[in-house]
Design a protein around this ligand. Structure first.
Ligand SMILES: [Zn+2]
Length: 146
């Protein structure tokens, strides 16, 4: 490797530059930065995956219901549509919580401009998850009343 101060070649294992005495280990904090960045992305990635799986699940149930029974069956349908709806509902709620956490972090760290695409995509996912969650909850409560 090369010394980051004087640019001369030094041994990979050395902790000090033998030419100028620069302490190589001073570069170590870069690892911490990478770690915090990846842990931030974990909430975002998890939020995206959970929300998208939940949304696709709900849309699939709605589509299949319309094609097969010509009526939308969610909680008012069969035992398995109830179970699938519950799973989708939990996925969307869990995903939304992860997305909100990572969005708040983005706003706090003023990284909206840096991650504009991620931010807008997360907002769209959140809106879709919210509207679909409301739809499922309305269906759930109107079914429970009967
Ligand atoms: Zn040096």
């Amino acid at each position: 490797m090369y010394c980051s101060k004087c640019g001369k070649e030094i041994e990979d294992s050395s902790t000090f530059c033998m030419h100028c005495g620069y302490q190589i280990k001073a570069d170590a904090p870069a690892d911490n930065q990478v770690q915090t960045r990846s842990s931030k992305n974990l909430a975002l990635t998890l939020g995206k995956i959970l929300t998208m799986v939940g949304l696709i699940g709900v849309w699939t149930i709605v589509d299949v219901s319309l094609v097969i029974w010509h009526k939308i069956y969610l909680f008012n349908g069969y035992e398995y549509t109830k179970i699938l709806c519950t799973i989708c509902l939990l996925l969307m709620i869990g995903g939304s919580v992860c997305l909100i956490i990572s969005l708040v972090k983005m706003i706090k760290n003023k990284k909206i401009k840096l991650q504009k695409g991620n931010f807008i995509f997360s907002l769209i996912l959140l809106t879709l998850a919210f509207s679909n969650t409301v739809m499922l909850l309305i269906n759930y409560f109107s079914f429970m009343k009967k």
